[in-house]
Design a protein around this ligand. Structure first.
Ligand code: FNR
Length: 186
């Protein structure tokens, strides 16, 4: 059976570059894997009362069910104020509860950070990494995936233009899959 890799883009914006990268990764899906885009649009802000009083909104149950079924996760994060955008952090928090039933536990992850600027969302990349350590997600260390000038990478149809960065993104996906198979995804 195919291994399923969930792809989470940390933005709600219609024209989000992170979402465009997520879609582009579908073209790089290797044999034996299924890449699945996970929609974060309808997930409400986490409130612990949901779980404590058995009032979990349907969108949260749907998200947890979807994430429980994946074997690994690629996080595509933009950066807000040198950290992880709230929408991505909220998705992580929602999936981490109720206590003891985290959807993230032991799932191999990769972080692809991106920005229109030069610094490639380095701050968000490493803040996210800190949460993944706590969530017990082994996370690919090399190559580190920092994507700069993301606004220059796509054509008018939202497809990745031929470029060194496109080649690098494909290499990063291949590296993640090789690492997943060798170390943790058997
Ligand atoms: C930004 N942006 C930004 N960029 C960056 O490289 N470092 C940063 O700290 C920030 N901070 C920031 C805060 C807020 C509130 C906004 C709205 C934006 C710019 C950001 O990289 C840009 O808007 C991206 O296009 C957002 O990602 P998506 O939506 O294209 O995936």
């Amino acid at each position: 059976m195919s291994k399923v890799i969930g792809i989470l883009a940390g933005s709600l914006r219609k024209e989000s570059f992170s979402k465009k990268i997520g879609k582009a990764l579908l073209d790089f899906t290797p044999e034996g894997f299924d890449f699945k885009l996970i929609d974060l649009n309808d997930i409400p802000l986490y409130n612990q009362d949901f779980d404590d009083h058995n009032e979990v909104p349907e969108a949260i149950t749907k998200f947890r069910t979807e994430m429980s079924a994946v074997d690994g996760v690629i996080f595509i994060t933009p950066e807000y104020n040198r950290s992880v955008p709230g929408v991505m952090k909220n998705a992580i928090d929602v999936g981490s509860r109720p206590y003891g039933k985290s959807v993230w536990d032991k799932k191999p992850a990769a972080i692809f950070s991106n920005s229109p600027g030069n610094l490639s969302a380095f701050g968000a990349n490493h803040h996210l990494r800190q949460s993944l350590v706590f969530l017990n997600m082994p996370t690919m260390q090399q190559p580190e995936v920092y994507i700069a000038h993301v606004n220059d990478l796509f054509d008018e149809e939202g497809q990745l233009k031929e470029s060194g960065t496109k080649d690098f993104i494909k290499t990063a996906v291949d590296s993640y899959i090789a690492w997943f198979e060798k170390n943790v995804g058997q």
